[in-house]
Design a protein around this ligand. Structure first.
Ligand SMILES: Cc1cc2nc3c(=O)[nH]c(=O)nc-3n(C[C@H](O)[C@H](O)[C@H](O)COP(=O)(O)OP(=O)(O)OC[C@H]3O[C@@H](n4cnc5c(N)ncnc54)[C@H](O)[C@@H]3O)c2cc1C
Length: 413
């Protein structure tokens, strides 16, 4: 994780229009929108500003919606399915416009994604999906058979794949810093190292007890994603915190780097327990991630497991050293979709299932807008309800078994 600024805003006002809990992309984008519209907004974070996933992710920007169109149609019908997939497309085009309009210096690029098939069967499925895209949801994509794979990747392990041309990459911590600067310029107060420990409703307002004392707010936004805790038990029962692990290699010889990743694309594979990687923003290293352990946060162990997987894909790196190893908690949901809405007066956006760079920024902004306009557009994601499972209280005791099961399934698929 990139070191984050520790911000202690001078507390001007303890009576707020909006209090936001969580200072990642979701919280800051909501704050920026609301503050620019004249609301008094304070963002609280239990740690330094941006300490959560938003400064330690892989910086791959996708359309973020995991379930296939056919799965969504079977569950919700065509209209909602189309609307949900379109929200994914919207999030990607939104972040492209946002970075350019706000001139955020974060190495934003659109190299495209090589989506690699980990088996012959998955390659056939990918080809079928690309050739039969629903008319109004078509994305620019190109099939890469195994024989042409070397043009994309210096690896023999995959069975071909597809290139998704619109997928992007950025430097996540510099992107976060850019939004943080914009929010502060717009008048948002950011109070870091200030955990919100209690939240009560009284006389149509919310009373917040924090490390920096008590505040009163007319509205509250919960933007805690994979770090959602006991403060909001209803939400905690709906998100599954899962550790996502990453490593960075030491600088790689430029000729070898060109052989391994000639087109500098972001890469992910068709596994359920996915591996994802890309060149570092300066193009000198590979940043490689995956869910190599289910709860263990020993970074030496996860680093060494990731390195093993990296070398399985690129045997050319058998002598490579790892310079950094880190992890963070993403929020999965039981339907593998992000959620935005309001429960009992608390507004929330969360559950990005490991793909939140574009979606968290976009839904944070939409959440901010929804507090400003009573007739805001209701899109598919707001219509589907946010479900939990019986007996789940926020402690994902079943994760080791689930990850082992999905790993086994990946070997069968
Ligand atoms: C290793 C890793 C790699 C990833 N790679 C990618 C990728 O390549 N592409 C992609 O799209 N997504 C990726 N993600 C996911 C993405 O980073 C997240 O979806 C996104 O950053 C979520 O943003 P957020 O603002 O909702 O939450 P976060 O940035 O996690 O912020 C939540 C904040 O809430 C704060 N908080 C919690 N409780 C309280 C409280 N009671 N009081 C005050 N503050 C509180 C926490 O301190 C935290 O800072 C990755 C995540 C990880 C961990």
């Amino acid at each position: 994780m990139t070191p984050r600024p520790s911000l202690k805003s001078k507390i001007i006002d303890r009576g707020l229009d909006v209090a936001i809990i969580g200072s990642g992309y979701t919280g800051l984008c909501a704050a920026l929108t609301l503050s620019r519209a004249g609301r008094s907004v304070t963002v609280f974070d239990a740690k330094d500003a941006g300490w959560g996933c938003s400064s330690r992710n892989g910086g791959q920007v996708s359309t973020s919606i995991k379930p296939q169109y056919s799965t969504l149609v079977a569950k919700y019908g065509v209209d909602i399915a189309v609307s949900i997939i379109k929200e994914g497309h919207n999030s990607l085009s939104w972040i492209k416009n946002f970075v350019s309009k706000e001139k955020i210096d974060c190495s934003f690029a659109v190299p495209g994604r090589f989506y690699a098939a980990h088996s012959g069967k998955q390659f056939d499925i990918l080809v079928n999906q690309i050739e039969n895209q629903p008319a109004e949801l078509t994305v620019e994509a190109e099939v890469v058979p195994r024989g042409e794979q070397k043009n994309e990747l210096g690896s023999d392990v995959y069975h071909g794949g597809v290139v998704l041309r619109s997928h992007a990459s950025l430097d996540p911590a510099r992107y976060h810093q850019g939004i943080l600067t914009l929010a502060i310029e717009a008048g948002v107060s950011i109070i870091s190292n200030s955990r919100v420990a209690d939240l009560k409703r009284s006389a149509g307002k919310f009373e917040l007890t924090t490390t920096e004392g008590d505040f009163v707010a007319r509205e509250v936004i919960i933007a805690t994603n994979g770090y959602t805790g006991k403060l909001t038990p209803w939400l905690r029962r709906r998100v599954i915190p899962i550790g996502s692990y990453m490593i960075a290699t030491e600088p790689i010889n430029p000729d070898l780097m060109n052989e391994l990743m000639p087109k500098k694309r972001v890469v992910s594979d068709t596994r359920k327990v996915v591996y994802y990687y890309r060149p570092s923003p300066d193009g000198t290293r590979i940043i490689f991630g995956g869910r190599v352990t289910s709860g263990d946060s020993n970074l030496h162990k996860s680093g060494s497991l990731l390195r093993k997987e990296l070398i399985r894909i690129f045997p050319q790196l058998s002598n490579i050293k790892i310079s950094h190893s880190w992890m963070g908690f993403v929020a999965y949901t039981f339907d593998e979709l992000p959620h935005i809405g309001n429960n009992d007066g608390l507004h929330y956006a969360m559950g990005y299932c490991g793909s939140g760079v574009g979606m968290a920024s976009y839904l944070g902004t939409r959440l901010g807008e929804s507090l400003l306009t009573s007739g805001a557009d209701i899109m598919g994601l707001e219509k589907i309800g946010f479900k939990t499972r019986p007996f789940y209280n926020g402690n994902p005791w079943f994760l080791p078994a689930s990850v082992a099961y999905y790993r086994w399934l990946d070997n069968m698929r």
